[in-house]
Design a protein. Structure first.
Length: 85
């Protein structure tokens, strides 16, 4: 599993994990299809973050294709909630 041990800055900014195998944005991008496959009946996904997590989610929302139109790439409704970035 990827680990970001260099403090908040690397993962908040979409940085590479310690092993350089993935970015935090790629990790979050991969969670969305996993949720859809694991929980077939899911009707909506909500991604949320608070404080540094809010900053990360805000940046991820700008960079990711997921949620660009208010839906996941596969068409499932996706809401992004940013708290106290």
């Amino acid at each position: 599993a990827p680990i970001w041990s260099g403090g908040v800055t690397p993962w908040v900014n979409g940085g590479l994990s310690d092993g350089k195998e993935t970015t935090s944005f790629e990790a979050l991008d991969s969670v969305i299809p996993w949720i859809q496959q694991k929980y077939v009946g899911v009707k909506k996904i909500v991604i949320t973050g608070f404080s540094a997590g809010g900053q990360m989610i805000n940046r991820w929302a700008i960079m990711s294709e997921q949620g660009a139109t208010g839906t996941t790439i596969s068409g499932l409704p996706l809401t992004i909630v940013v708290g106290s970035p």
